[in-house]
Design a protein around this ligand. Structure first.
Ligand SMILES: Nc1ncnc2c1ncn2[C@@H]1O[C@@H]2COP(=O)(O)O[C@H]2[C@H]1O
Length: 786
């Protein structure tokens, strides 16, 4: 064989005019037999080809033809092999491209050519096969695929002229046959012309002489054959199926069936003994390689079929990696061969219905064969028949036999696997000393990869958690926390009794630096009586939370010196000073002279207050506890809210605001001591003012006119701007003035004694705080009066 090839190469290496007819004729029969392309052409045409062809050689990794480039010749492999690669984007199968056709840069890696840039591996051409004919048949002369030499190749080259003269008509005829076949086949009839064209390029017409096997049981499933002419018989060795497909779990059922059937039917010369526990089976398991000769003898003839049969369809539909039977041509047979890669590429995702048709036909075929007399002896047929293709596919897909099966695949499969790896440049072509070493190695690599992934994922997650922990988030505070802060502030304020806490730098109690402010104002304190508490205490929790900036914007101004209070007040103030240090009980008891001032801008004409008339409203002095943390300012006249008596340990709560009333304790006595009153104010929000408007209406309804809330028409309060001069000693109030709501508490307010027609606490509005102490005096008088 090699000698004949050498002789032919020697002839075609010469110039065509030096090739002798006699030597050419001597090679014609051999060539016809050896090269599929020449099988059906006549002698004269073949002589022309040999006389006028060219001879070329190339080395491994040489790109013989390149997809997308123009070409004008075809090749016949005399020695060596070459692989076909297709970039699906260039054929229009997929939208993404791996490389841009003509600008393809060959990338030679240290380990060889990076073939992935040429697209997907499709198939391999070996000795006697030809490629590149499509460009000679087509009009655009554009190559449909790239063909790369796998090793040193020696080739016969047929150019366009020679092809037209000797081969074209024959090739054209084959193409027409393929087109006819595609139109007539139930599988491909519905395909678009684009995919039919791709199939046309992928299908190869093959002719098998009689007694030649199309495929052999145990060989890797590489192609699908559509038999168009001739007759074939199908043989199988059922006992071999167990080792062929260990992942199917055929063992017990198969063994049982075979053991019993083999007693009834003597198949072959030796009786079958396939029980796994028997000695013979242990023996067969030890020999995992190809089918043993004794097994070969046990083969059974499943059936004989004619044209129309598809070989390899059962295996493809059920994803069996090796052929389940041997198909032998009983007469010369012609078939169209479609490689599995081409099938996957063209049919797989784009034309799934083809697979559906195929599966359906496979199911019918299985039922037919399993039902025959001999078919009953083939457990695999029964297994496949009862397991729909899809059912088994899912598990088979996840458990690829070569990687997952605990048993090693057959030696053929291993060798083929090694070859595939070698062709991709991923393994040396040395058969491992230890059987299955390559597969074990792959398994270990897979596991290592999985472990690395898990580790990476874990690391990333833990790092994220750590990073998150480090990010400082300002947590929103709960209403309770805010109230605690306020209480703390009030305590601090009460303890220091310095009336100078004006800056709230932080909501957190420990951050409150009252010393700064007190020292800052110590000079003023000597001369001026101060009221240093924030007047607008009517912030609900939410507002306080958002009000850090607002608190930061607080401004202070000083009221002129007020007239001292009478002796009673003064003495109580002194008492109160002591009690602040003494006990909370005493402190609460002495909170009896409170002037709660809610300051808002208001139109002057309505800024006159009325004296509280409905004494019973406040009679019980039932106020919500401090810890109740009201969300909004409680309306002034909601008696039901004030039914709870003040607990001695609780701080008194300003009825008008619902907030702990700590400011006025200090303000009044300081006034009385002749200090300059310092009033601190906060910028108010629209919500605050709306709320206050409501509260004023309620107040008027309850204590003044007795009209309904709806009837009272108060002009809208003017919104307060923070432009207030803090340095002015006698600040004029801004246009519109302020409404001051005063709270008066009688000395007996803490006692549980109830006096008819008397209210211990009264509120009333005053238009503004003036230099003259008339109003205040009146208030004092009023208070003293009752
Ligand atoms: N899908 C395919 N499967 C196998 N061979 C192909 C396929 N497509 C193209 N070819 C061969 O690769 C050759 C590339 O050049 P041509 O297009 O001239 O001819 C092409 C065919 O001979």
């Amino acid at each position: 064989m090699a000698q004949l090839t050498d002789q032919l190469i020697a002839i075609i290496s010469k110039a065509s005019n030096q090739r002798q007819l006699s030597e050419l004729e001597a090679h014609i029969p051999w060539l016809r037999k050896r090269v599929a392309l020449f099988t059906d052409i006549n002698d004269n045409e073949l002589l022309d080809v040999v006389k006028f062809c060219q001879y070329v050689t190339c080395s491994a990794d040489d790109v013989i033809v390149r997809q997308g480039e123009q070409g004008d010749r075809m090749y016949v492999l005399l020695r060596g092999s070459a692989s076909v690669y297709i970039d699906p984007a260039m054929t229009g199968e997929e939208s993404t491209t791996l490389v841009s056709g003509l600008q393809l840069q060959e990338e030679i890696k240290p380990g060889g050519l990076d073939r992935s840039i040429y697209g997907r591996f499709i198939m391999e051409y070996g000795v006697g096969e030809s490629f590149g004919e499509a460009v000679l048949l087509g009009e655009d002369k554009i190559r449909n695929a790239s063909v790369i030499a796998n090793d040193d190749c020696q080739m016969m080259v047929v150019d366009q002229l020679l092809f037209d003269k000797a081969l074209k008509s024959h090739e054209q005829q084959i193409q027409n046959e393929i087109l006819n076949f595609l139109d007539c086949q139930p599988f491909f009839g519905r395909m678009s012309s684009k995919f039919k064209r791709l199939l046309q390029l992928s299908l190869k017409k093959v002719t098998f002489p009689a007694n030649v096997a199309i495929c052999k049981q145990g060989n890797l499933v590489a192609s699908l054959y559509f038999v168009t002419k001739g007759e074939i018989s199908i043989w199988t060795v059922p006992s071999y199926h167990q080792r062929q497909y260990p992942y199917l779990g055929l063992t017990n059922a198969g063994a049982y069936l075979l053991r019993h059937k083999s007693n009834d039917h003597q198949v072959g010369s030796t009786s079958l003994s396939t029980d796994l526990s028997t000695q013979s089976n242990v023996h067969s398991l030890r020999r995992k390689d190809a089918m043993s000769s004794s097994e070969k003898d046990k083969r059974i003839n499943l059936c004989s079929v004619q044209s129309g049969e598809v070989v390899g369809d059962i295996e493809i539909a059920h994803r069996l990696d090796t052929y389940m039977s041997t198909v032998i041509c009983t007469s010369e047979t012609t078939a169209f061969k479609l490689d599995v890669k081409n099938l996957e590429r063209i049919v797989g995702r784009r034309n799934p219905y083809v697979m559906e048709v195929l599966k359906q036909r496979v199911q019918e075929k299985l039922e037919l064969r399993a039902g025959t007399h001999v078919g009953k002896d083939v457990p695999l047929l029964h297994y496949l028949m009862s397991h729909k293709a899809e059912d088994r596919l899912s598990s088979a897909r996840t458990l690829s036999p070569i990687h997952v099966s605990k048993e090693l695949p057959s030696r053929d499969v291993q060798i083929q696997h090694l070859l595939n790896k070698f062709m991709k440049g991923q393994a040396e072509l040395i058969e491992p000393m230890v059987p299955g070493a390559l597969i074990y190695k792959e398994q270990m690599q897979d596991r290592a990869r999985i472990r690395a992934n898990i580790r990476r994922r874990t690391t990333t997650r833990s790092m994220l958690v750590e990073a998150k922990r480090k990010i400082h988030h300002r947590q929103p505070r709960s209403r309770r926390a805010i109230m605690a802060t306020l209480t703390f502030m009030s305590d601090k304020n009460a303890d220091s009794n310095s009336q100078t806490v004006t800056h709230l730098k932080s909501h957190k109690p420990p951050d409150i630096d009252a010393d700064d402010t007190s020292s800052e104002r110590s000079t003023e304190r000597d001369n001026i009586p101060k009221v240093s508490k924030p007047i607008n205490k009517s912030k609900d929790g939410a507002e306080t939370q958002e009000g850090e900036n607002r608190l930061g914007k607080q401004v202070t101004f000083h009221l002129p010196e007020l007239h001292p209070l009478d002796q009673t007040t003064d003495s109580r103030a002194k008492l109160r000073g002591q009690s602040l240090d003494a006990s909370s009980n005493q402190r609460t008891a002495l909170q009896d002279n409170k002037h709660s001032l809610a300051d808002v801008d208001m139109a002057p004409e309505v800024a006159h207050g009325g004296q509280a008339k409905s004494a019973d409203v406040y009679h019980k002095k039932e106020v919500p506890a401090t810890s109740a943390s009201p969300t909004r300012l409680p309306p002034l006249a909601k008696p039901e809210l004030r039914k709870r008596p003040v607990q001695p340990e609780q701080r008194a709560t300003d009825v008008s605001t619902g907030q702990p009333d700590f400011s006025m304790d200090d303000r009044v006595p300081n006034r009385s001591q002749g200090d300059t009153t310092e009033i601190t104010d906060y910028q108010t929000s629209d919500t605050d003012l709306d709320d206050l408007e409501n509260r004023m209406k309620t107040f008027l309804v309850l204590h003044c006119q007795g009209q309904s809330k709806m009837e009272i028409k108060l002009p809208r309060l003017r919104r307060y701007s923070d432009v207030i001069e803090t340095t002015r000693m006698t600040p004029a109030l801004r246009p519109g003035g302020k409404v001051w709501i005063k709270r008066m508490t009688c000395p007996f307010s803490t006692s549980s004694m109830k006096v008819t027609n008397h209210q211990h606490i009264r509120h009333h509005m005053i238009p503004h705080v003036t230099d003259k102490n008339d109003n205040l005096q009146q208030e004092i008088d009023f208070r003293l009066h009752h």
